[in-house]
Design a binder for this molecule. Structure first.
Ligand SMILES: Cc1cc2nc3c(=O)[nH]c(=O)nc-3n(C[C@H](O)[C@H](O)[C@H](O)COP(=O)(O)OP(=O)(O)OC[C@H]3O[C@@H](n4cnc5c(N)ncnc54)[C@H](O)[C@@H]3O)c2cc1C
Length: 464
């Protein structure tokens, strides 16, 4: 598995890294050859949770993490802070009667994951502003309301109850959060708002307290079974875990395993009393609407709104660096103001972006080859805050040889040959066409155009 990296990201990460206590100076880099039981590449949630559960289960294990930049530099320090029990692509299992029971078990583990992140962060004194307030999916168009009703009916048929998902009519939605033109909403209770970088940095400190060696500014240049090479030292390890998610495509031989999809975020200044009374958050709900191009926001602990929309894919799986002045952020700001027109005039303090990993099946996986001692997890497709915790805990089980419920779920070592992304230019054409169709579909729905169902059906037919 020879690897060489290209496309190193260079941009500034935004609000979250600007608002963490302590300094962001990198810790020591790997400066010599060492031996470890487990070497983990990447200090985001996947790598850090894997290390955490390895050490919790077996304190005598030697675990090293190699991070190209600083812990939490990637998506884990930049995301929307929805710590959610939703797993991308879970419908693949839930919708098929033959796979349904396994899908429901996996879904229940994802639900538990949210509460467990809350419990562990309390136990480890990680002050990441965790509040399990739930996520509100809000319909603002009749078509969206129909989609939401179908969704809740499906969820009930699958046995999920009011304690998991709650239907809200327009009045109940408005009493929780004042979104313009809200027709109804779905409250997913298994979701917490978090400060993502506080979680990542706090986890990094927690694993170091447990005895994990975290080497920063130590990019893996070659990852092979049994060893990881960095510019100034090599780690020899029986087990090697790749936890580089959106950056995995930068690694030679893995360019078609996960592609980096970018998402952009903005944050307002802390809202004043009058602005808070416009938006009327009853709690720190995570919120979004049902546009096909995903939107996501949260009220932060210091009363800002942090809000994002899904963005771009660069030809050849390049990693995009974002300048805060980029006009692309105008779209994100404008989209937020459509939720809350009363906030027009609010000052925005930050704009940033990041990349998330997407697999060809659009589903995440946890993979471990016991003989080779090599594993990886990722492909969370924008839903990795909760999922990376379950993935890390599962990778720890697999490395330690534990036979748990977690290792017997359908996203672990999926059967059959791994599907890879098409070579360029097919990949770029496919992804861009899908994004364009989604945008046209959203625009047609908002205009009430008779073409809306045509776009919708074309999307479902071409990209099921
Ligand atoms: C803007 C944005 C908003 C999002 N919002 C949400 C949300 O609200 N809720 C949600 O659930 N998910 C969200 N996500 C997705 C979520 O953040 C990710 O799925 C999750 O953080 C992935 O964690 P990870 O540890 O697998 O990867 P990352 O956090 O990306 O960590 C990978 C690490 O590997 C390092 N690395 C890369 N190459 C090398 C190398 N060669 N050697 C050493 N280290 C290397 C990187 O520097 C990075 O620190 C969002 C993502 C983005 C970008």
């Amino acid at each position: 598995m020879p690897t060489v990296l290209k496309n190193r990201p260079v941009d500034a990460p935004g609000l979250w890294h600007d608002s963490i206590p302590g300094c962001l100076d990198p810790g020591p880099a790997l400066a010599t050859d060492i031996e470890s039981d487990v070497a983990i590449v990447g200090a985001g949630y996947t790598g850090l949770w894997t290390a955490y559960y390895l050490k919790k289960n077996n304190p005598s294990l030697e675990v090293s993490i190699l991070e190209a930049e600083t812990a939490g530099y990637g998506a884990s320090g930049r995301n929307g802070g929805w710590c959610s029990g939703y797993l991308s692509g879970i419908e693949h299992w839930l919708d098929d009667p033959a796979r349904r029971d396994a899908g429901i078990r996996l879904q229940r583990l994802m639900f538990d994951t949210v509460a467990e992140i809350g419990r562990v962060t309390r136990e480890e004194s990680i002050d990441c502003h965790f509040e399990q307030s739930g996520a509100l999916e809000i319909a603002v168009l009749p078509q969206q309301l129909e989609r939401l009703k179908t969704e809740i009916e499906n969820l009930r048929r699958l046995g999920f109850s009011e304690t998991d998902y709650r239907w809200l009519d327009a009045g109940e939605t408005g009493s929780r959060l004042s979104v313009d033109r809200a027709l109804g909403g779905l409250l997913m209770r298994h979701c917490a708002a978090v400060h993502p970088a506080r979680l990542a940095r706090g986890l990094s400190a927690a694993v170091q307290r447990l005895g994990v060696s975290v080497f920063e500014k130590s990019p893996a240049l070659a990852v092979n079974p049994g060893s990881v090479r960095t510019p100034n030292g090599k780690v020899k390890a029986r087990n090697v875990i790749l936890a580089t998610e959106g950056y995995t495509g930068s690694i030679r031989d893995r360019t078609r395993q996960l592609i980096p999809l970018h998402s952009m975020m903005v944050a307002t200044e802390p809202l004043n009393k009058q602005q808070l009374s416009e938006v009327r958050f009853k709690r720190r709900y995570c919120f979004g609407n049902l546009d096909r191009l995903v939107t996501y926001g949260q009220l932060t602990a210091d009363n800002r709104i942090a809000f994002g929309c899904r963005g771009s894919y660069l030809f050849g799986s390049g990693i995009q660096s974002f300048e805060p002045g980029d006009p692309v952020f105008n779209v994100v700001r404008e989209t937020l103001l459509q939720f809350f027109p009363g906030l027009r005039g609010v000052r925005f303090s930050h704009s940033w972006g990041g990349c998330m990993g997407v697999s060809r099946t659009l589903r995440p996986s946890v993979v471990f080859d016991r003989d080779a001692g090599v594993g990886w997890a990722g492909g969370y497709f924008g839903n990795g805050v909760g999922a990376a915790h379950l993935a890390g805990k599962t990778l720890a089980d697999l490395v330690l040889g534990f036979d748990t419920d977690r290792v017997n779920t359908p996203w672990v070592n999926p059967a059959g040959p791994a599907r890879r992304w098409e070579p360029e230019p097919l990949r770029w054409l496919g992804i861009r066409s899908r994004a364009r169709l989604m945008q046209l579909s959203d625009q047609a729905e908002y205009r009430g155009s008779p073409l809306a169902p045509v776009f919708s059906k074309t999307l479902d037919a071409l990209f099921p």
